[in-house]
Structures are given as C-alpha cells and as structure tokens.
Design a protein around this ligand. Structure first.
Ligand code: PAF
Length: 285
C-alpha cells in the first residue's frame, strides 16, 4: 500500500493510474477507521481498479467550539486496517499542505440543503466538507467516490456540488453499518464511556420505533417525529439536538412520510453529539 503525504505525490500517482486506463475509487475519511469505513473501502474495491483512501482531519469543517483537537488520530492503526481490504494508496496530508499560506478559495453550497439539520447547527461545516472533498476529487481524479448514509446530508451536499461544478465523478452512498446492538458506527463513539454507549442505543431504538409505526400504517410526519422524541426523551442522558423528517434526497419538508422520506436525528449523549437516520424504504431498515 502506497502512503502519500504531499498533494503532489497523490496527483502524480493518480495521473499514472489514469494513463494506464485504471478506474479510481476515492474513500474520503477523517481516520479512526471502523467497520463503517471498511465497508466503504470494500464497496470501492469491488467497483474500481484502484482504491485511494484519504485520512485527514479537516480543520476547516470544524467550528471554533467543536472537537477538532480531540478528534481521534490513529494513523498507524488505520493503515493496518486499510491493508486488510486492501486499498492501493492512502493519502494522509498535513493541514499546512492542504491549506498553504494564501489559501482563500472555498466551495460553498448555498442552497436550502445546507440550511437545515447539521448545516443549521454547524455553521460553515458543509463549506469545509465541500472544499476538502473537491480538493480530494481533483487530486485523486476519482471516477467513483464513496460516502456513508449515516452522514446523509453530506451525501446530498456532495451530490449537489459535484453536479453544479460538473466534477466527473459518480457518488455512491453505502448503507449505515451498526454495532450488533444497533449503535451506528462512528469515530465519535470513542468519546463515550461504556455506560454512555449503552445509553446511546436509544438513538437506533427511536428510529426502529418510528419505522415500526410507519410499517404499521402511520404516515403522519408530526406523529412519527413525536414517537421518535418520546423514545429519546425517556433516556435521561440524551439531549435532542434535532429530530427532523424530509424527502430524500431533495431534503424538502414532508407532511406524509413515504419510502423516500428520511428521519434524521442528532442527539447529545453527555458531551458526545451523535447523528443517525433511517430512510423509510431504503437499504438501511
Ligand atoms: O465524513 C467525513 O468523515 C468527512 O466529512 C469527510 C467526507 C472525510 C470530509 O472531511
């Protein structure tokens, strides 16, 4: 597995691979890799000749009071996991090489899709994501890029700027990977104590309850949200950030839930902010 730290090295590698006629799959990550990430890597492995993973805790997508400093960094461990897939190359740059002195160009997705859910709570977050993902797509010359459904709004935003900016890449959304008891895999799960992790099961429980109600014929959006909130409210350590229902992928408000609706939640368990979602007719049931 090749390891590149400098953008120029990745650029040269992907240039050569493209010249050799290879298709390239990109899996952007911030590291602290778990089974969710490895599922993305395997999806890329199946579809593409060359798989490039990036491991970069991107400073520009974190707000001033967010967890940039605390975000887990475990590059050696990550590489061992990537070798099991295997991936062909990993890109692990320094912030100063991605954002050198004088850097002042950002990708800003300026539509309604960034003004709700996490976009409303984390100002500037999607501008940071769109900027780094655009850079990674340019450097890797990816034909295919892979993102997890857990960050469903991110997938919507990425699809939007890829389409708006005519970036020649196809976006693949891979279903949420959960721990056996239901907790969605996330690098941020590492922040929680064993007790908090147990309490965090309330997120997937609330979504399951909502889905059950839908399957039993309840399609009223307000009622589905109420059911979700009631389950979350019963856990004393859970503080709801949002419980919202939209059409997917348009992210427009819905009164009546159907199979292309998404129920998305963000909940604090202690100090850890977790997100999860269900698409009612989707792969992640
Ligand atoms: O989903 C993430 O881990 C990040 O937002 C991404 C896509 C790697 C960009 O930094």
């Amino acid at each position: 597995m090749e390891i590149f730290h400098k953008p120029e090295e990745l650029k040269e590698y992907s240039r050569k691979m493209k010249k050799a006629g290879k298709t390239i799959g990109l899996v952007p990550t911030m590291g602290a890799l778990h089974e969710g990430h490895l599922t993305l890597m395997r999806a890329a492995r199946e579809k593409c000749d060359i798989v490039i993973a990036s491991v970069f805790v991107n400073p520009v997508q974190f707000g001033p009071n967010e967890d940039f400093d605390a975000y887990p960094r475990r590059f050696e461990e990550d590489c061992k996991k990537l070798e099991t897939v295997p991936v062909d190359a990993v890109f692990h740059p320094e912030p100063k090489d991605m954002y050198p002195d004088g850097f002042c160009t950002y990708v800003n997705v300026d539509g309604d899709i960034t003004k709700k859910l996490c976009g409303a709570r984390r100002p500037g977050h999607f501008r940071g994501v769109a900027t780094v993902v655009t850079k990674l797509m340019n450097l890797s010359r990816a034909d295919e890029a892979f993102f997890g459904q857990k960050d469903a709004q991110q997938v919507v935003v990425v699809n939007r700027f890829v389409s708006d900016l005519n970036i020649p890449v196809h976006i693949n959304m891979v279903p949420i990977v959960r721990e056996p008891e239901g907790l969605a895999r996330s690098s941020r799960n590492a922040y929680m104590s064993a007790d908090e992790k147990q309490r965090a099961l309330v997120l997937s429980r609330s979504l399951r309850k909502a889905k059950e109600a839908y399957d039993n014929g309840e399609h009223d959006a307000e009622k589905i949200k109420k059911i979700t909130r009631e389950v979350l409210d019963a856990e004393p350590k859970a503080k709801i950030d949002y419980v919202d229902l939209y059409s997917f992928p348009a992210l427009e408000p819905v009164d009546s839930v159907d199979e292309r609706s998404i129920l998305a939640i963000a909940v604090y368990i202690g100090k850890t902010r977790l997100i999860d979602n269900v698409i009612f007719g989707g792969a992640d049931k």
